[in-house]
Ligand binder design. Structure first.
Ligand code: ARG
Length: 494
């Protein structure tokens, strides 16, 4: 901070440290230990463009209220745009004497504008500023996350279409249960991610409320215009309760629930890829560019992306837990504890934006051994349900049909043969309802083709499902490239 400024701004009278926002009633500066603890600028600087954006909107209101004359407003506006460009290029930086992003930007504006820069704090507090910045930032990042998630969904849909006709064993309890279309298996993940994206859109509607104008906690005696600021920043409304507006972090917790849920979905997908790529299953081959080797075992090809997907779900859940725990029992209104909301939120965003593109590449390049999967599909008497359903179609009560099919399994096991190898005599020995015609349903292709109900695994159904799912994905992708902030200045890079 220059000498010149410390003479012109009484808030700076206490000297070099603290960012100069609150010196007036103190006779000594903060201890270095306090400064080190208190400082958030090293991580909240990423909010600088959003903070400048709201300063620009705020300045327009100060001008409309006559608190900045037209000449001052023009100067301020120009300085904000220039600073926005300098932040984007890296020419303007925070330094370690700055406490947080707000104090850093005010310092630079005062350096550039002189005392005029100090007018922009009127009617605002860092409490409503930070709540506004974080909402703006997360609304933008929600869309960036939607873009990478829809990229992954597209890869899954394409693979699902490729393998719609490929039979594979389907599992319950990780035991072979009934044959399924492998495309069906892949497509299920698309639906899980679509729920996440719908959660994000929902969240976005709730988060479209501007806290600016709430001041420290009680609103402002100055003639501000929160509705107009809200509109300029792309929010649907201004907050109805200033105390709630500055202390509410539901939007952070809820955002982190969605990112944790995405993490859990990625982890379940990752676990499946690990299984499929194992020698025990040997269904999937990982592409060389999307797998890793071992430093000691030359033969190894490891599914590290899938494992990291599984592992990183832990930190995403941790981010949510950290924020919920921080909020629990917090009294109204702003408390400094709330500063702990940002690192988990940033971590969740960064984690997903680096993880999902890698998972996408891995999925898009996976190759599956359809012969191997088809061979395994009927194994473990996975067609036993077909016998029961065949009997039900002949009016046998399912309870009895289940017993009969079970007896067939037992007999096949005792003779070490497959169900379709049972002779007519053997079938008849189990039940006189069983004729040789039952063998017609004892094929994997038949079992799959019969599952024509909505959402079933019949290949025709799977193809329909995939087409429909892709329509939903395209809508989410369109939302993902939508700009949440209207008429954003060129320096605001999403
Ligand atoms: N750095 C603070 C945060 O992230 C900004 C708000 C500070 N407000 C205050 N009254 N000290 O929460």
């Amino acid at each position: 901070m220059s000498e010149n400024n410390s003479q012109t701004d009484p808030k700076d009278a206490r000297g070099e440290s603290s960012g100069g926002l609150w010196g007036g009633r103190f006779s000594s500066g903060p201890s270095p230990e306090l400064e080190a603890l208190s400082r958030s600028v090293q991580f909240d600087w990423r909010l600088a463009p959003y903070d400048l954006l709201q300063t620009k909107a705020h300045a327009s209101i100060l001008a409309a209220a006559g608190l900045l004359d037209s000449d001052e407003f023009a100067q301020v506006n120009e300085a904000i745009d220039q600073l926005g460009r300098d932040v984007a290029s890296g020419d303007a930086q925070a330094d370690l004497a700055d406490e947080d992003v707000h104090s850093a930007l005010e310092r630079i504006l005062v350096e550039r504008l002189g005392p005029l820069g100090g007018k922009l704090r009127a009617g605002r507090s860092r409490n409503d500023q930070i709540a506004t910045d974080l909402r703006l930032y997360l609304r933008v990042q929600a869309r960036n996350i939607a873009q990478v998630v829809t990229g992954l969904q597209t890869a899954l849909v394409q693979q699902a279409a490729t393998y719609a006709d490929a039979p594979a064993p389907g599992y319950t309890h990780l035991q072979r249960a009934q044959p399924v279309s492998f495309g069906h298996e892949l497509a299920k993940h698309v639906h899980a991610f679509s729920r996440d994206l719908s959660r994000l859109q929902n969240w976005d509607e709730r988060t479209s409320v501007s806290p600016l104008g709430s001041g420290a906690l009680s609103g402002s005696a100055l003639p501000l215009d929160p509705e107009s600021v809200a509109e300029q920043l792309g929010f649907a409304a201004a907050a109805n309760n200033s105390i709630d507006a500055v202390s509410d972090r539901d939007f952070v917790a809820e955002f982190l629930f969605v990112t944790a849920m995405i993490g859990v979905h990625l982890s379940r997908l990752g676990e499946e890829v690990c299984l499929w790529a194992s020698k025990e299953f040997a269904w999937a081959t990982l592409h060389d560019s999307w797998s890793t080797g071992s430093s000691i075992m030359p033969q190894k090809k490891n599914p590290d992306i899938a494992e990291l997907a599984r592992g990183k779900s832990g930190r995403l859940i941790g981010d949510l837990t950290a924020v919920l725990t921080m909020l629990k029992g917090l009294p109204f209104a702003y408390n400094r504890d709330l500063q702990e909301d940002k690192e988990p939120a940033f971590d969740a965003v960064d984690t997903l934006l680096v993880l999902i593109p890698a998972v996408t590449g891995m999925i898009a390049t996976l190759e599956f051994d359809t012969d191997k999967m088809a061979e395994a599909a009927p194994d473990g008497h996975a067609l036993a349900t077909e016998i029961a359903d065949w009997l039900v179609a002949r009016q046998v009560p399912f309870r009895q049909a289940h017993e009969i099919a079970g007896a067939c399994v037992k007999l096949a096991d005792e003779n070490d043969v497959q169900l379709w190898d049972l002779s007519d005599e053997q079938l008849a020995s189990v039940s006189n309802e069983l004729t040789s015609e039952v063998r017609e349903v004892l094929s994997v292709q038949g079992a799959l083709a019969n599952r024509t109900t909505r959402g079933g695994t019949g290949p025709a159904q799977v193809r329909n499902q995939v087409t429909q799912a892709m329509e939903g994905v395209s809508e989410f992708a369109a939302w993902g490239i939508q700009a949440p902030i209207p008429n954003a200045p060129d320096w605001l890079q999403y």
